[in-house]
Design a protein around this ligand. Structure first.
Ligand code: PLP
Length: 394
């Protein structure tokens, strides 16, 4: 890739992360990492794998037992009609899955429609493959969902795929079954691939439903589903994800991209994945209940402590508060960019030691918003809220 990579931007989230290292006693509400630890089922399986000397090369696409468990999970939970283990492959987390997918699917100049706002590595991965991310707005007034006519009008002769992410980072919007069915229909009519990033499939609140597009009749053939164990099993640092797709020739390319970037995913981690999928799923449910309580605690605190500067409805999924900043709010000095999102992030970091991400980092439609992660533990959330109150009222 050489010089070409110079033009691919780093995620702004990384810029914030670097700023946070200089902050003493920070509240880390900037990163999308949970405060929980991986469940015992995962830890025990990894210990066993070490004791049993599973420290050698493996099949490129994954340990057969793990692949079979993934197939069973995709069929029963996601209702995706996966034919067998040949149709799935294990990756170094969701971001790696997207990377090898973009490298395998896109030709130079191919357009991929992405939500605006959107998790920045999605755009970075498309650009790394010389594709062109084309933003389509999500609307706060629609619960951060698409205007489907607007989505259809974003398609051009160069469009190769639509990428969707539900539940959504950063807004927490969840697409309905009707939305997903309509998007599948659009892809069928316009002969497009559908890339479905289901990183937050288990993080749902207030009874919201997650619909895997691959489960809609006739959709699986043109859908590439991207999953990760990072969020559901608090395995962010362990790096384990997987892809599911029916198209054999695209799979062959993906297998090469997987081999040339990883050879195979770490053996011990794959055994951890077996433990996660074979074991009790109670920790996933428990974790989701706790996240809903943290969400409610955080939103109540924002209403009480933030002096009316922020507004927005609590999300139906994922674990982020994507809040609108009162447009009349002004810091002592505006950043050169003139971005109110950046001004707020700099203010909260400098005055309150509160990590957060400027909405503009997720796309132009995110300007005027700020993202907080409420998957941190309750004491950290409470500390951040109190610090926010002092910073705002100083
Ligand atoms: C929308 C989305 N997709 C995919 C991922 C990938 O996560 P990981 O690479 O940790 O599996 C993330 C992580 O934050 C995400 O927010």
């Amino acid at each position: 890739m050489g010089h070409f990579l110079d033009a691919v931007p780093f995620s702004g989230i990384i810029r914030i992360r670097d700023m946070m290292y200089a902050v003493k006693d920070p509240f880390r509400l900037d990163q999308g990492d949970v405060s929980f630890d991986a469940p015992d089922t995962v830890k025990r399986a990894m210990h066993r794998a070490i004791d049993e000397n599973h420290s050698h090369y493996l099949q490129t696409t994954g340990v057969p037992r793990l692949l079979n468990l993934i197939v069973a999970k995709l069929r029963s939970i996601n209702q995706i009609p996966v034919d067998g283990p040949d149709e799935v492959m294990v990756t170094n987390g969701g971001i790696h899955g997207l990377y090898i997918l973009c490298q395998s699917l896109l030709e130079s100049g191919d357009e991929v429609i992405v939500p605006d706002p959107e998790w920045p590595p999605c755009m970075g991965n498309i650009r790394s493959a010389r594709g062109v991310p084309v933003p389509c707005r999500l609307h706060e007034s629609l619960g951060w969902r698409y205007d489907l006519a607007e989505l259809a009008s974003t398609i051009t002769p160069r469009t190769k795929a639509i990428y969707i992410n539900s539940p959504h980072n950063p807004t927490g919007g969840v697409l309905t079954r009707d939305d997903v069915t309509a998007i599948v229909q659009l892809c069928r009519e316009r002969n497009l691939w559908l890339i479905s990033d289901e990183a937050y499939e288990d993080v749902l609140f207030d009874g919201a439903e997650h619909v895997s597009p691959g489960s809609i009749p006739g959709a699986y053939e043109r859908t590439i589903s991207v999953f990760t164990l990072s969020k559901s099993y608090a395995m962010t640092g362990l790096r384990l994800g997987y892809l599911a797709l029916a198209d054999a020739s695209l799979r062959e390319r993906l297998k090469k991209a997987l081999f040339y970037t990883a050879s195979n995913v770490s053996s011990v981690i794959q055994y951890g994945g077996i433990g996660a999928l074979e074991g009790s799923q109670e920790s996933v449910a428990e974790y989701c209940r706790e996240l809903q309580e943290r969400r409610d605690l955080f939103y109540a605190g924002i209403r009480e402590y933030a002096g009316g500067i922020f507004s927005g409805a609590p999300p139906k999924g994922a674990f982020y508060a994507f809040l609108k900043i009162d447009p009349s709010w002004r810091p002592e000095s505006m950043p050169e960019s003139g971005s109110i999102s950046w001004a707020m992030a700099e203010f909260l970091i400098a005055r309150g030691r509160i990590g957060c991400v400027p909405g503009i980092d997720f796309g132009l439609n995110g300007e005027g918003y700020i993202r907080f992660c409420f998957a941190r533990d309750r004491a950290e959330l409470q500390g951040a809220l109190e610090s926010m109150r002092s910073a705002i009222n100083r």
